[in-house]
Ligand binder design. Structure first.
Ligand code: SF4
Ligand code: SF4
Length: 311
């Protein structure tokens, strides 16, 4: 059965899979606001669940381009993986006659370590073999007991023993070296729908979504070769277009959840200021009067001020 599940998952783009028990996942430390909806008790979601199937869809990061608005390649693959796992669950039910619940609200990273799919790192991310941390993870709950012998949920990768590159590289000091991430500081973890903390804005550079720094320096990613950003995505990330409200070309890349208008407008305002795009001031100025969103209005005031007064 395992082999058939793995072959099916591969046909949907999940290159690596593993199976974990449904034992509860105990959380320690502060949670990301989006994680508040996650359940420690897996069988609360599917009472007859017997195992969690962990699936990894690898990706290649984009080659960094100075002076350019960008998003992390992770978000494109995470969007694809979310769609693919729904299809995978349907195929499992139809072809293998198992009950399968895709994308349940559970803590994926400890389960990925428990299953042996990956190893936890000081940067708070799980690496999956040759793909390193460059993989979007998804899960399916199954009513078949396929779990392998278990690994400890938060065991640190041996790669981390004599390394601390991510801790040193993080521009905002969000990593303490234990694998915990200070979510109040991490650039990637800032909750959607809230103003981006002002002291952290300059560290974002031209990024509209994500921060890649602690992955770029990680030796676990040594085998993953970055790729050029597709031209179509580059066009969709044009700041003058985003500040004019045209964010729809980004939806096919990022999905509706990630391409929300107010969040993207706020991030485009930060990027415009950080990239010193004085040419965008005529588009930024009217957003200071934005009636739809206090967040956009405040970010516009900040960007306007930065471009007019900062050196
Ligand atoms: S950069 Fe080094 S310490 Fe940090 S996660 Fe990677 S291997 Fe571990
Ligand atoms: S994603 Fe960026 S801000 Fe967050 S821990 Fe890594 S380097 Fe620091």
């Amino acid at each position: 059965m395992k082999d058939r599940l793995i072959a099916l998952a591969r046909s949907f783009g999940f290159e690596e899979c593993a199976f974990a028990s449904v034992r509860p996942v105990r959380q320690t430390g502060p949670l990301h606001p989006q994680a508040a909806v996650l359940s420690e008790e897996i069988t609360d979601i599917m009472p007859d669940a017997k195992c969690v199937m962990l699936c990894a869809m690898p990706y290649r990061p984009f080659i960094p381009e100075a002076g350019q608005a960008h998003v992390d390649a992770y978000y494109l693959t995470s969007n694809r993986a979310h769609e693919a796992v729904q299809q995978l669950a349907r195929a499992i039910a139809e072809q293998l006659s198992l009950s399968a619940v895709p994308s349940p609200p559970i803590f994926i990273k400890p389960l990925a370590v428990r299953s042996g799919l990956g190893e936890f790192g000081r940067n708070g991310l799980v690496s999956v073999g040759q793909y390193g941390t460059r993989a979007a993870l998804q899960t399916v709950l199954l009513n078949a007991d396929l779990a392998a012998p278990e690994h400890e949920d938060r065991a640190l990768s041996p790669h981390c023993t004599s390394c601390g590159a991510c801790v040193k590289a993080c521009p905002v000091g969000a990593l303490d070296g234990t694998g915990r991430v200070d979510i109040s500081r991490c650039l990637r973890a800032q909750p959607e729908g809230e103003a981006f903390p002002e002291p952290l804005r300059k560290s974002l550079g031209g990024s509209l979504l994500g921060c890649d720094i602690c992955q770029r320096v990680c030796p676990r990613n040594a085998q993953v070769i970055p790729a050029a950003m597709p031209d179509e995505l580059r066009r969709a990330l044009d700041l003058s277009q985003l500040l004019s409200g045209n964010f729809k070309p980004l939806i096919p890349f990022l999905g509706k959840n990630n391409a929300r208008r107010q969040r993207l407008t706020a991030r485009a305002l930060i990027a415009a200021a950080n990239l010193k795009r004085h040419d965008l001031l005529p588009l930024i100025a009217p957003l200071r009067e934005c009636r739809e969103s206090e967040m956009v209005k405040e970010h516009a005031e900040w960007a306007y001020d930065q471009l007019n007064h900062a050196e």
